[in-house]
Design a protein around this ligand. Structure first.
Ligand SMILES: *Cc1c(COP(=O)(O)O)cnc(C)c1O
Length: 219
């Protein structure tokens, strides 16, 4: 049993989902994982996502997990399965507009800033709840808000990481109670190569894992 089998078993046990993060790895490596039956892959750059989509089978579900610039939304709107990294109202408006143009409803997650580090993208709790309120008032007819996403501090301190994941779960629960109660609001995207076990324990429903499966990235 290899590491991908191990992750898959744990994901099943927690009734979660796995997005395999293929950024920086060539399409040939992605194809090997695809051939083992995996269909959900994540990229953090639009150009790389579009290039890989062209090289790989059509039934892959592509997830955009990294910071997204508004002027690039149009390149992925026709096919993207989920955008995890909605971190501003202006970006959400652009996704809604491009989804309408593509005659689609696009699944999105609101990215929360949960880490200690200042550098990471994401909405504050206040910004996130105010955006959720606008979504609940049907301001964005061509998006479907599926849940929240966050990245914990890159740290060996498991208690810190755990508390940040617990915070994200609480944000999810609060938004569901106050604003978006639809059954499709069901996703907490948290957990990467270094912290996925803690993330599952804290209620993650969707892991985003790359380097543990493919090997360390070249810098
Ligand atoms: C790169 C990345 C991941 C996966 O990171 P690994 O450490 O390779 O598992 C997950 N989420 C986001 C947003 C990323 O940019």
């Amino acid at each position: 049993m290899d590491v991908l089998d191990k992750i898959t078993n744990l994901v099943k046990k927690h009734k979660a989902q796995l997005v395999i993060v293929s950024k920086t790895y060539p399409a040939t490596r992605v194809r090997e994982v695809y051939d083992r039956g995996y269909r959900a892959f994540g990229e953090n750059r639009v150009q790389e996502l579009v290039d890989k989509k062209d090289e790989l089978p059509d039934d892959i579900e592509w997830h955009l997990i990294g910071h997204l610039q508004r002027n690039k939304v149009k390149y992925i709107a026709p096919f993207v399965a989920m955008i995890h990294s909605v971190d501003s109202e202006r970006l959400l408006r652009e996704i809604d507009k491009q989804a309408k143009r593509a005659d689609r409803v696009i699944d999105i997650l609101l990215q929360a800033h949960i880490a200690e580090e200042k550098s990471k993208f994401g909405l504050s709790v206040e910004e996130l709840t105010s955006l959720a309120a606008k979504i609940s008032q049907q301001e964005f007819p061509n998006i479907r808000c599926r849940g929240v996403m966050g990245m914990a501090t890159f740290s060996e301190d498991k208690d810190l990481v755990r508390s940040e994941f617990a915070l994200l779960r609480n944000i999810f629960t609060q938004v569901k109670a106050d604003y978006i109660s639809e059954p499709s609001f069901d996703t907490i995207s948290m957990g990467m190569s270094g912290d996925y076990e803690v993330a599952l324990e804290e209620g993650s429903t969707m892991l985003r894992i790359g380097s543990l499966i493919f090997g360390e990235r070249e810098k």
